[in-house]
Design a protein around this ligand. Sequence first.
Ligand SMILES: *Cc1c(COP(=O)(O)O)cnc(C)c1O
Length: 498
Amino acid sequence: MLYQSTRNKNCKVSASQAIAQGISEEGGLFVPVSIPNIKATLPELAELDYRGRAKKILSLFLDDYTSEEIDECVEKAYAPEKFGGNEPAVLKKLDNNAYMLELWHGPTCAFKDMALQILPHLLTKALKKNYDEKTAVILVATSGDTGKAALEGFKDVDNTKIIVFYPDDGVSPMQLKQMNTQEGKNVCVCAVKGNFDDCQTQVKKIFTDKAIGELLHKNNMIFSSANSINWGRLLPQIVYYISAYLDLYNNGTIRSFDEKMNVVVPTGNFGNILAAYYAYRMGIPVGRFICASNSNNVLTDFICYGTYDRSRDFFTTISPSMDILVSSNLERLLFHLSGESDEMVKGWMKKLSETGKYSVDDKTFAEIKELFYGACCNDEETKAEIASVYSKYEYLSDTHTAVAINAFDKYIKVSGDISTPTVIASTASPYKFSASVLSALSEDSEGEEFEIVGKLSQLSSTSVPEAILELKDKEIRFKNKTDRDNIAGFVLKTLGVQ
Ligand SMILES: *Cc1c(COP(=O)(O)O)cnc(C)c1O
C-alpha cells in the first residue's frame, strides 16, 4: 500500500519510506491512499489476543514488511514483561456503560509506550529497506510524555541517535526526572526556553530544511521523527481501539458488530483520537468521538465553530501533555474529511502559519460536527473530577484522564446519550502527576516528589509502578538548555556535523 502527503497527493511513498522519513518533504503528513476494511474479519480477530490482533492489523498497512518482520516487531514490543502481563491495553469497567482503556502499563507509564515500544523496531527495518547503513537521527519535540517514551524505546538501538527537546518549565517534576536521568549511549535531552509549540515548530522546520538535510546526508545520517506526525506512531494506536471494541464484544457489552461505541480521548496533538478515527474508517462502528481539552481549548472551539485559531493565551496546566495550541494531526483528519483535498489542506496550513488561523469549508465542518464533540475544562474542574471519580468508583485517574472523564460528563449532559457503550482513554499513570492528583484528594499534599508518591499510594491503597520508584536514586545526566532559535544549532553540535 502506498502513502500520500496531505499537502501533495502526487508525492507517494511506500509504508517503510513513510515511517523512515516521518514527514513529507513539503511539510505534509503521510496518510494511506486507501483504508482497509476489517468488518468481515471481526469475529476472527475477536478470538485472538492483543498481539495476534496487532499482527493482523499492522500487516494490512505495512505491505512492504514480511509477516515474519511484523511478528518479530509485535512480539518484542508487547512482550508480557514490558507491559506487566499479556494484555498491554487493559479495559476496566467504570460504570454500566463506561470503560476505562488503560494504556499506561508500559515502561514509562504513559500511553505513548503503546506506539514507542514498537516504532524503533519498525523504523530500523524501514531503514534497512530504504537507506542501507545510514544512521537515523530521531528528533523529538515533547510536552513531557513522548520524550521519555521515545528515549526508552530508542535507547541503545543500533544505527539510531535520539535528541529530545522539551519546554523548560513546561513538564511535571516526574516527567523531568524521567527524561534527564535517561540511560543509553545514543540519547540526548535538552530544555528549550519556550513552550511545546515552539519546540514542535522548530523541529518540524529542521526536518524540511534542505541544507541541514544535505549536511546529514554527507555524514551518512538521516532525520526521522518519533512524534505522532510519523505514521509509525499512529498505526500501533489504531490497534488498541479495535481491540477494545472486540473486548466489549467478548464481555457481552456489545452483542453484534453493528453496535456502536463512543470514544473519549484527552487530546493534545490529535494523534490518539485520530487513531480512533482510523479504527472507525476500518469498520469499527463509532457513534461519537469526544475530544477533551484542558484550558488550551483550541480544538474545542474548532469543533464548535469550524475556525482554528491559535492566537490566544497559552496556559501551563496540570495536564501538561495537552498544553498544545497547534495540533499537528488535525491536518490528517482534514485531509480525509475534505474529500482528500490536498489543495484545501495546503491552503489551510499556509493560512495557519501566516495568520495563525483558518476556517474550514461548510461541507468539511458538517462532517466534523457529525462525528466529533469537543469539551474542555480548567485545572480546578480537573481536580474536582479526580476527586469525584475517586469517591464514586474508587478509580484513581491522572490529570489528563480526568480531563477526558469531565468531557464525557459534559457530553452526557448535552446529549442524554447514556446507552452507548463508551471507551475512555486513560493515558497516564496517576503517579506521573502525583502532586496534582494528591492535592485533588487530600489536604495533606505537601512534600518532596517521592514523599508525595508515597502519600498517594497510602491514601489510595494502590501500588507505585516500579518504573517510577526506581527514578528516586537515579543520577541526573542531562542539564542542557537552549534558545528556541538555536535548536538547529544544538542538533548539529550534538551530532558533530557542523
Ligand atoms: C500525549 C498525551 C496526551 C495527548 O495525546 P495526543 O495524541 O497528543 O492527542 C494525553 N494524555 C497524556 C498522558 C499524554 O502523554
